[in-house]
Design a protein around this ligand. Sequence first.
Ligand SMILES: [Zn+2]
Length: 142
Amino acid sequence: MTQVPIAEHVFTWPANEPQLIGSRCSECGIVTFPAQDSCPRCGSTEMAEHFLAPRGRLWAWTTQDFPPPSPPYAGASGREFVPFGVGYVDLGDVKVETRLTESDPANLRIGMSMELVVVPFRTDDEGNEVVTFAFRPVKDES
Ligand SMILES: [Zn+2]
């Protein structure tokens, strides 16, 4: 099965250690994700590609226990829907809104260490496996 990213220029793929692709303002240094053509802080259009850290800390989270409105949601619905976590992960220079692999509140806590993974999202009409990014709790951490 061919794996295709959910969107171009969101994360490096294929890759053994994928990274999110953001942008960094050459004028004021602010980092954005997703990448933007102009700086949200100073208006500069000197935005350079910036690879984000693959690990960070969970900053805020909740769980999605029912399918979001569709569109824009394009994932599994009805009986195929599986609850998932959503949240923000603080990567140091930017906070990223992301899907989480973990949806059990007992296994999530603010400040825990999280790492980037690329996970299957759905199968498209051509039979390709569409993959998206998510963050999962780092194992071996108490
Ligand atoms: Zn700027």
